[in-house]
Ligand binder design. Structure first.
Ligand SMILES: C[S@@+](CC[C@H](N)C(=O)[O-])C[C@H]1O[C@@H](n2cnc3c(N)ncnc32)[C@H](O)[C@@H]1O
Length: 273
């Protein structure tokens, strides 16, 4: 008998309504190539393989092989990749959509990895609290680095809240199905994505401080000493008087657009200097 492992987030979906909701929301056609992370017993994989051209599934737990075999015996468009999805190079696979009931402990690294790789549409199950952070508004307690990283590149939407009874074993918390639609126009506004992500990491280390104080306190994230950062910021503001007010605002009160603009200006200033 298969014994689910908590540390691998093995809460398997048993309520077909949520499987159907995920499949419908992904608008699958026979041209779609889907990536799923976490096979489990294959409840989602089976429906994906019926509705898409091909399904790649990355699964870490080889003990689930009997379920993989059963699926592969019935569907010839399923390919299982045994390994850690966090370490796997997603550019090796030619998928265009992502549908998954994510193991919660890797929600964050997988979301960042997927946003970097790019996709046409993703429908993902997250812990409800995590989903709320993805869609949060500026100035609220849930607003943070994750919100801005996601919203600066896509339009995330909570489709529905999912109760613990939809899974076996039952998790302690609620979950949510989230649809992430990439937004090319928004993404194009980020002048340098690597710099933007480092900038986010730096400012959100101190979300309650002003952007200026936060950048000084986490100057190491951008490879400067505190003294260097102070001088740089003074020069930056002197040369860009329109950022003065933003630099004095608390980090968590800045909108996504304001953060993108500030990051772009700071990136340009540092590259020119
Ligand atoms: C929440 S279960 C979902 C399983 C199935 N898709 C379902 O909906 O019932 C998460 C699955 O991800 C797998 N998993 C956990 N960590 C993983 C990782 N780092 N890489 C790939 N799979 C992982 C677990 O073994 C488990 O099968």
């Amino acid at each position: 008998m298969f014994k689910p492992k908590k540390k691998l987030g093995q809460c398997f979906l048993i309520d077909k309504n949520f499987v159907n909701k995920a499949i419908e929301s992904a608008n699958l056609t026979k041209n779609d190539i889907v990536l799923e992370i976490g096979l489990g017993k294959g409840i989602l994989t089976e429906e994906l393989s019926k509705n898409a051209k091909k399904v790649y599934v990355i699964e870490i737990d080889k003990n689930l092989e009997p379920y993989a075999k059963k699926l592969k015996d019935t569907y010839d468009n399923v390919e299982i990749i045994w390994g850690d999805a966090v370490k796997f190079d997603l550019n090796k696979l030619d998928f265009n959509k992502v549908v998954a009931n994510l193991p919660y402990q890797i929600s964050s690294p997988i979301t960042f990895k997927l946003l970097k790789r790019g996709f046409d549409l993703a429908v993902l199950m997250y812990q409800y609290e995590f989903a709320k952070r993805m869609v949060a508004k500026e100035g609220t307690k849930d607003y943070g680095r994750l919100t801005v990283a996601v919203k600066a590149r896509s339009d995330p939407e909570i489709l529905c809240k999912v109760p613990p009874t939809a899974f076996n074993p039952k998790p302690k918390v609620y979950s949510a199905l989230v649809k992430i639609t990439p937004n090319i126009e928004k993404k194009k506004k980020i002048e340098n994505e690597e710099f933007f992500d480092n900038f986010l990491r730096a400012i959100f280390q101190h979300r309650n401080k002003s952007v200026r104080k936060s950048l000084i306190d986490s100057s190491k994230e951008l490879n400067y000493s505190k003294e260097e950062m102070k001088k740089i910021l003074d020069e930056f503001v002197k040369n860009n008087l329109d950022v003065k007010d933003l630099m004095n605002k608390k980090v968590f009160k800045l909108s996504v657009d304001e953060i993108v603009n500030l990051s772009n200006k700071f990136y340009r200033f540092l590259s020119e200097g």
